[in-house]
Structure formats: C-alpha cells, structure tokens
Ligand binder design. Structure first.
Ligand SMILES: Cc1cc2nc3c(=O)[nH]c(=O)nc-3n(C[C@H](O)[C@H](O)[C@H](O)COP(=O)(O)OP(=O)(O)OC[C@H]3O[C@@H](n4cnc5c(N)ncnc54)[C@H](O)[C@@H]3O)c2cc1C
Length: 308
C-alpha cells in the first residue's frame, strides 16, 4: 500500500485528521481540490485563539504543520475510490495518478445552494450572510433582514434577533401561523410579506430589498439560509449508508458501515463550524489509528506464527 490513510479534502476536518495521523507516524496523503466552503469570507470567527483570521491562513498554517510531520499534500480532486480487495482502496486523482491506501477519510465538505434572487449571490459572504454565529457580531445593531420561506426560517429570524433590535423577516404572503406571527411580534421582529424581487446595492454595500410590488426595505445585511448539498459522491460510490435526507451515516468517531471508510466535517454534518469540523477530523484520526493498530497486531501475529 502507498499510504496508511488517504484524506480526501484538505479543509479544517481533513487537515486536522492528517495532523493527528502524521503525528501518530502514519503515512498520509491529503488530496485537496482547494475550494473550502468559507473561502468567500474575508475572516473566520469563533475558532478559539484564531478568531478573525482569514480562512485561507488557517489552512495554510495547517498544511505546514502536516507537512512538518511528513504528511504529503497534493492539489487536485479524487475522482474515484474503489475497494482493492479486502486490504484497502485504490484512488484516482485528477492529475492521473493512482494510489493505494489502507483506509480513507472523506472530508469533502458541502455546497451552499443559494435562493435564486437577482443580486443575492454577488453579495454572498459580504452582506448576504448565512450564519449569525460566524458573522452576526460584525453586523450587530445594524438593520438586518432574514429571507424566509421555509419553516426553519421563522426560528432563524428569532436567533438573528439576538444580534440586533431591528430585524425584518421577509416571507411569502400567508406563510406564517398565528402563533409564529405573535412570537415574532412579541420580540419586535418586523414582517414584510410578499415576494422579494431583487437585492439592491449602493457603493458596493447592500442597500435594501426590493419586493415584487416595488416596495424597498432598507437593510444593511441579509441573512439567508442556503440549501446544504453534501459533496458525498465518493461515499455513495463506495456503498456507504445514506439517510432519507441525503446525508451519509456515521458513528460518533466518523466510522461508516463500509470497513476502512471514515467521514469528518460538513460532508456529513451541515452544522459543523470550523472548530467542530476540525474536532471531528481529530476524533476520526484517533479512531482510524486505533483500527490500524488492530490490523497491524493481526498481521504481526500471522507473520510470527508462520515463522514456526
Ligand atoms: C461564507 C461562509 C462563511 C463561514 N464563516 C465561518 C466562520 O466564520 N466560522 C466558522 O466556524 N465557520 C464558518 N463557516 C463554516 C465553515 O466553512 C465550515 O465549518 C468548514 O469549512 C467545514 O470544514 P470541512 O473541512 O468540513 O469542509 P471544507 O472547509 O469545505 O473543506 C472541504 C475541502 O474538500 C475539498 N474537496 C471536495 N471534494 C473533493 C474531492 N473529490 N477531492 C479532493 N478534495 C475535495 C474542497 O475543495 C475543500 O477544500 C462559514 C461558511 C460559509 C459558507
């Protein structure tokens, strides 16, 4: 086998796993397509001791640490993962290489699919935001909006209210129940009912939200819940269990039902922040090493017995 562990994806989850595994003296290759989810954001928040660091800087520091312990990192996509008998896997890389590995950790993240509102995608990670825990503090006490339309967005508006007194929820007419309406009004959350037609920008800042009936509601920032789509094609191809909502199934250490295949980070957990994804990578690495030690014991005993 070329490697003990192939880590697919070099974001917080994958690099954190690679760090623990290389420090456990495992031979590790990290293959990374280079598009971490938070790349459009200028700063990363909520990561103890690294709050406010540009996201790319965290990963650059992480790559240096992994390489410092002998880990290999290659830029590119893993296009195929197939079992190599009972002992491991073959992986095809986008540069044409084929490598073999005993175990594989898939940490490929997810895609954020944004609502199709003209002007919205251009402001993504600037003043169109998805996560109040990541960026709420930076827009505290400003005029905030929440783009509603799904049942979760009513609760989401209540959460965003934690960061500002002036919050407006945009919802299609007739969407809210009487209870939701009274809960929103009780916390002074404004309601704008109707369909949003576009996002207005002035001097490279969000200016307001224009409705289909031409009303314009001035806002400084708009919170938008994206649809999370896991990058889990490789897991599907390997036959990992996928639940009814489309997410790969794992245990608390990242183990899947397919022997030798592990998962960490956003690819199976849309709620994972950077620090959580890194934590999942670390937990998976410790479990993978323990499993490899178990296999090493078995082959050592077999070799020993054959000596007699
Ligand atoms: C705009 C924005 C801002 C955010 N801000 C914050 C914040 O301030 N604080 C915070 O804690 N969280 C923030 N998040 C969430 C954060 O992005 C995620 O928690 C984190 O990126 C998850 O790490 P991950 O390693 O699971 O996935 P990612 O960071 O997405 O890394 C996955 C990596 O795998 C690679 N990859 C995918 N497929 C393949 C393949 N087949 N072969 C090889 N490589 C592959 C990708 O290119 C990528 O580099 C933000 C998210 C967004 C969208």
């Amino acid at each position: 086998m070329d490697y003990d562990v192939l880590v697919v994806g070099g974001g917080a989850a994958g690099l954190s796993a690679a760090l623990v595994l290389t420090r456990a003296r495992r031979k590790v290759l990290v293959a990374d397509a280079g598009s971490p989810r938070n790349a459009p954001a200028s700063h990363m928040h909520g990561f103890l001791s690294r709050d406010g660091l540009p996201p790319a800087e965290l990963l650059s520091l992480g790559r240096k640490e992994v390489e410092g312990y002998g880990g290999e990192i290659t830029a590119g996509t893993v296009t195929e993962l197939v079992p190599a008998g009972s002992s491991g896997f073959w992986a095809l890389l986008s540069d044409g290489r084929r490598v073999s590995t005993r175990h594989v950790l898939v940490a490929t993240g997810l895609k954020d699919e944004l609502p199709d509102v003209p002007g919205l995608a251009d402001r993504w990670a600037r003043d169109v935001l998805h996560c109040p825990y990541c960026h709420g503090y930076e827009v505290r006490d400003q005029q905030l909006g929440v783009l509603g339309g799904s049942p979760e967005t009513v609760r989401y508006a209540q959460i965003v209210r934690q960061w500002a007194k002036d919050v407006v929820l945009f919802v299609p007419a007739g969407f809210l129940t009487t209870l939701q309406r009274s809960e929103l009004v009780a916390r002074s959350i404004g309601l704008v009912e109707g369909n949003v037609s576009r996002i207005l920008v002035e001097d490279d800042h969000l200016h307001g939200i224009e409705m289909e009936d031409n009303r314009v509601i001035l806002r400084d920032a708009l919170f938008v819940p994206p649809r999370f789509v896991p990058n889990n094609d490789l897991l599907v191809g390997l036959g990992c269990d996928i639940d009814e909502t489309g997410w790969a199934v794992k245990d608390g250490t990242g183990r899947t039902a397919v022997q030798g295949v592990w998962i960490a980070g956003n690819v199976a957990n849309p709620r994972a922040q950077v620090i959580t994804a890194a934590g999942e990578g670390s937990a998976a690495a410790i479990a993978i090493n323990a499993e490899l030690v178990g296999l090493d014991i078995r082959s050592a005993v077999k070799a020993f017995n054959m000596g007699f």
